[in-house]
Write a protein that binds this ligand. Structure first.
Ligand code: GDG
Length: 484
């Protein structure tokens, strides 16, 4: 998706990025770990490109309509020349050193909070030094937001890397409305209690006027935790804390339906989908997995399930094939390195045991693909398999469904993805239950055309009702109603 940036991002001389003069402050500020642009050097050209994804498009659209500004990290400590505008919105970069990045991002965010919030699938690591840096960096974002927001304006803070920002910002700017949205799950009490800084994180989040989660379960986990570990009282959807009312709710994120449907109907991309099937040897059935290479996504489980289906004859290498895209992610983390190596070992074992000459059973790609190619793969696949052990939402599942404009295609989906609450038409699985995954894939293989169509129509109806723009607007509308 990433178009060359030249006519989209306007670099501005490095002086006077954001004036602190009140008239130049923004009515709406988005604070996220990353800016909506990233530095890349591909095809021989270096520069800043828009970060791919529906979230960037949706937040950019709401900022454009509200005199908005986006605060985030540029994604690199080498290039501190991030552009100052993007698609008509102002950007403000927060910078940190390599050592701070290690402790704040790789450490506390990705090795403490990420595993803890995903059912502790890997043991979280607790280090006091990481916590200290997390707190310092959160303060840096809070100061940047306090300097940038207009009197009485609104600030929308995103995700687990920035959970202390709401309270810090409230102390600096009690006049502004503060919203927070968590993209990943919020864990049950028993797990959250492990965190040595649980009270500080809760107090950080409770600085908000509105706290949004992907699903109701996460909202209720949070509210119960807040009532137990802080002086907050109230219900799952409304808490009283230090004389303020804090709204808590579920705002399930979605995808850019129109854009995906347009790509899925694009004749070039449809031709590419046909070409992919041909390149795969014109199999009867294509199974597909697409994930960031992350231990939460259950990739190995699904490969094991598929392998056993080849073993017991439910699948056969001359008729069936699986494509697994594992997008490189967090490669400096030892857990991820291990995950990659054991995944690649399993894939080669399955191919070694069940593949034919020129016809591997699993076509494995450890690559970041252009979004158009991903859409072509979604179109080429008869069965999409999404089996995270825990996932805030899972946009891949929603993207697959939106691509299937002809109402064909079957989705095998983990009960533990937030998307399961909306996608009742999927073949649901418990990702810990290998036999259950196999059974769901078997059912997806034999389902008749009428049931396939019914299931897909149900899922599509659900998603189109609320696209990613509606998600952003509904959160901001709810934020606007707080404190009144
Ligand atoms: C977090 C939460 C929540 C994947 N491969 C390629 C590629 N992708 C894109 C997909 C999709 C996105 O990445 C992945 O989103 P997910 O939702 O599946 O997962 P996380 O990255 O873990 O996201 C999650 C999400 O935040 C939003 O709130 O749903 O639960 O964990 O959009 O299309 N994009 C391109 N090339 C690839 O190879 N261009």
């Amino acid at each position: 998706m990433s178009k060359p940036v030249a006519n989209r991002v306007r670099p501005v001389p490095a002086q006077g990025l954001i004036s602190n003069r009140e008239s130049e402050r923004a009515d709406l500020v988005v604070v996220a770990n990353r800016l909506p642009v990233q530095h890349s050097s591909s095809n021989g050209s270096e520069g800043w490109r828009p970060s791919p994804g529906g979230l960037v498009s949706a937040l950019t659209a709401v900022l454009q309509s509200r005199n908005g500004l986006w605060i985030g990290w540029s994604g690199t400590s080498e290039h501190q020349d991030a552009p100052l505008t993007f698609e008509g919105i102002r950007l403000k970069a927060v910078n940190f050193s390599k050592a701070e990045f290690d402790d704040f991002y790789l450490g506390f965010s990705n090795a403490t909070l990420w595993p803890l919030y995903h059912d502790a699938i890997r043991a979280p690591t607790f280090h006091r030094a990481w916590w200290q840096t997390y707190s310092n960096i959160n303060m840096r974002y809070a100061i940047a937001a306090a300097e940038s927001v207009a009197p009485g304006g609104s600030v929308w803070i995103h995700d687990y890397q920035l959970q202390l920002v709401p309270q810090m910002l409230r102390q600096l700017r009690p006049d502004v409305r503060i919203g927070f949205f968590l993209h990943i799950p919020f864990p049950p009490i028993e797990l959250f209690m492990q965190l040595p800084w649980r009270r500080e994180i809760l107090a950080g989040l409770l600085g908000s006027d509105l706290i949004g989660f992907q699903v109701r379960q996460a909202a209720s986990n949070f509210s119960r935790m807040a009532r137990r570990q802080s002086s907050a009282t109230g219900t799952d959807s409304s808490l009283d804390f230090h004389g303020r009312v804090i709204r808590v709710g579920a705002f399930p994120i979605s995808v850019d339906c129109e854009q995906i449907v347009a790509l899925a109907n694009d004749p070039t991309i449809r031709a590419r989908a046909r070409e992919i099937r041909k390149d795969l040897g014109d199999p009867e059935l294509v199974l597909l997995g697409v994930d960031r290479l992350d231990y939460t996504k259950g990739i190995q489980q699904r490969i094991k399930a598929v392998s056993e289906l080849f073993q017991d004859g439910s699948l056969s290498a001359d008729k069936h094939i699986m494509v697994q895209v594992a997008v490189p992610s967090r490669e400096t983390d030892a857990h991820y390195d291990l995950e990659r190596h054991s995944l690649e070992q399993i894939v080669s074992e399955v191919n070694g045991e069940h593949g034919l000459v020129g016809r591997p059973t699993i076509n494995y790609l450890h690559q970041n693909l252009p979004f158009e190619e991903l859409v072509a793969l979604y179109l080429a696949a008869d069965i999409m398999i999404v089996t995270p052990f825990r996932d805030g939402m899972n946009l891949v599942a929603k993207e697959y469904v939106m691509c299937r404009t002809d109402l064909t295609g079957r989705l095998v989906l983990s009960e533990f993805a937030g998307a399961a609450a909306e996608l009742g038409g999927a073949f649901m699985v418990n990702p810990h239950d290998l036999e259950g995954i196999k059974e769901a894939i078997r059912l997806a293989i034999i389902v008749g055309p009428k049931e396939e169509k019914d299931r897909m129509s149900r899922m599509r109806r659900k998603i189109v009702r609320r696209n990613v723009y509606d998600w952003a607007e509904s959160f901001l509308a709810a934020l606007q109603q707080t404190g009144s």
